[in-house]
Design a protein around this ligand. Structure first.
Ligand code: ZN
Length: 133
């Protein structure tokens, strides 16, 4: 497993479109909106140099992001590391005793992602991202 960089930082918000104005209008960053149908999420990615900020809005009032916002308010939801092989990375984390929340699944922008439980990662959910072009 090789960690390549911080791919993005995920921020849970009430409205991705409204929150995107900070990044597009005020900060002048390039933003891109995407709907992840199978996860009921609206996502806005703001490009920040080599990395990005991912704004996550839940389209399901009972979804995990909606519940997160209800409990904690808007804020930092996860940190995503780009890895060269997400299957291998998830396997290695499990072997080391970390709880991986699901098998690698489709993420934003054609990526494959897996999440490591925040209780095992000092309070911040860790996302492992592989880019497949
Ligand atoms: Zn993410």
């Amino acid at each position: 497993m090789r960690i390549l960089k911080i791919d993005h930082v995920g921020v849970a918000v009430k409205s991705a479109a409204e929150s995107a104005r900070l990044f597009s209008d005020a900060l002048g960053l390039e933003t891109e909106e995407e709907i992840l149908n199978d996860r009921n999420l609206k996502i806005v990615m703001a490009k920040v140099g080599e990395s990005r900020v991912e704004l996550l809005e839940d389209l399901d009032a009972n979804g995990t992001i909606a519940k997160f916002v209800e409990k904690h308010g808007e804020g930092l939801h996860h940190i995503a590391f780009e890895v060269d092989d997400v299957n291998e990375a998830a396997k290695k984390m499990k072997e080391n005793g970390y709880r991986v929340l699901s098998e690698p699944q489709p993420g934003a922008g054609g990526t494959v992602v897996a999440f490591v439980h925040p209780k095992d990662t000092h309070g911040v959910l860790l996302e492992l991202v592989e880019r497949r072009k």
